[in-house]
Design a protein around this ligand. Sequence first.
Ligand code: KIV
Ligand code: ZN
Length: 387
Amino acid sequence: MSDKVQIFDTTLRDGEQVPGCQLKTEEKVIIARELEALGVDVIEAGFPISSPGDFLSVVELSKALKHATVCGLTRAKKDDIDVAAEALLHAKRGRIHTGIGSSDVHIKHKFKSTREQVLEQGVWAVKYAKEKNYEVEFYAEDAGRADLAFLAQMIEAVIAAGADVVNIPDTTGYCLPHLYGKRIQYLFENVKNIHKAVVSVHCHNDLGLATANTMAGILNGARQAEVTINGIGERAGNTSLEEVAMIIQTHKDLGLTTDIKSDRIFEISHMVSEMMRMPVQPNKAIVGRNAFAHSSGIHQDGFLKHAENYEIINPADVGVPSSSIVLTARSGRAALRHRLELLGHRVEGEVLNNIYEHFLLVADEKKMVDDDDLSMLVASHLVLVNK
Ligand code: KIV
Ligand code: ZN
């Protein structure tokens, strides 16, 4: 089995479903070009039948992208597949992503159907999409809650019908990592033709487990991860691209690779956040404002002695210019002295102690002490020293 994990980015489809995050086609083209430069393998460009805007976006991305596969989402319906095939006409490499519900709850309450009927419709959709001469990916919606034996039966049938990729989504973000991993393992052990397709994982974050589940799927043999920048997506979001890419890069012992050029991550995170008007939470892994900021005295002292004491990723590896030391009332003398040195003030001993006492009063008042505050503090002490 290949060690490369394909990165399938769905920022422009699942991510764009977030209320208020809708983009114009021109904006989607800008983001898609950045995603291509970042090294993603597949870009899901939209759901062509859903609106003229989505159709146009898939057309324009198909024209604009040079290397990445362009993917269009469909339901397991003829019109959806026809429209997606038309939208992808200019793609250098196009993929139709078709599928249907696989859990009993979806089969009964969404499709008002039976297992037999949805299986038949899924197989039909794959065969029909294959006739359009694109790659075909099949999604078994809500696979995280599907009956495992039925899921295996469905996956075997759609691979036999020609699916190149089979997507096992945890649509509702329900699974626990070890159980999601076991689902993927079960498919590898029970679907006879599983090696004829790439197994893909698509996890939602309703319980905050999307990245953990995605990694569990990969560790059990999946070789495509469906992700979004900053983890944006329906409800609590999707697995975030930057987390999966950096887990694989940081844990070299896993023996896995991606083509992601990690030093472009921070820039694209900002671009997506701004264009989609979706702020990144400050403590978000990898790309949050505080991801490389040290604020407690013990951590600052340890970090200043040796960055690896408190950092497992070099910020430059994800395009963050540098780590930061945030001066608060929890900071110690080491951090204060370090920042003062950066500002050109070398202070030691009694003077440092006095400035530190004064600094704590300001910090209690202001919560965060910035460089202007420090300059004023130092100036007032130097005046005192020189009197
Ligand atoms: O979450 C999901 O199941 C999806 C499918 C349409 C792939 O987004
Ligand atoms: Zn989804």
